[in-house]
Design a protein around this ligand. Structure first.
Ligand SMILES: [Zn+2]
Length: 115
């Protein structure tokens, strides 16, 4: 199946060929095409859908319990978050980086840092 962006896309107003660009929104990459004349943009429909899913998940607070596992504590990461990240192919293996940002906040980093 061909991707919609592999086709020639013309700007509706200018009739000019739109150029492929990559937008970054909140650490999220969205493929888009842009008209070189009027700068009108069309987002890739799949990426836009994924981005909207991300917006729904973002800043959602989950209440999870801490459990003792050996000498450590474990918390469960909600499946919807892990599934989302997996879809984004940001999990290569099951390793995550954990950082104690401030006295009440812990963050997890999935995948490699984007350059
Ligand atoms: Zn245009």
């Amino acid at each position: 199946m061909t991707d919609i962006f592999d086709n020639l896309i013309l700007c509706n107003k200018c009739k000019k060929e739109m150029k492929k660009i990559k937008l970054e929104k909140n650490g999220f990459f969205i493929r888009a095409v842009e008209c070189p004349k009027c700068k009108d943009r069309i987002l890739h429909p799949n990426d836009e859908l994924e981005y909207n899913k991300f917006i729904k998940l973002r800043n959602k607070t989950f209440r999870v319990k801490m459990r003792i596992v050996g000498n450590s504590y474990a918390v469960s990461i909600p499946k919807e978050i892990v599934n989302f990240i997996k879809e984004q192919e940001k999990i290569m293996d099951n390793m995550v980086r954990l950082c104690f940002n401030d006295s009440r906040k812990l963050s997890l980093m999935f995948g490699e840092v984007e350059k």
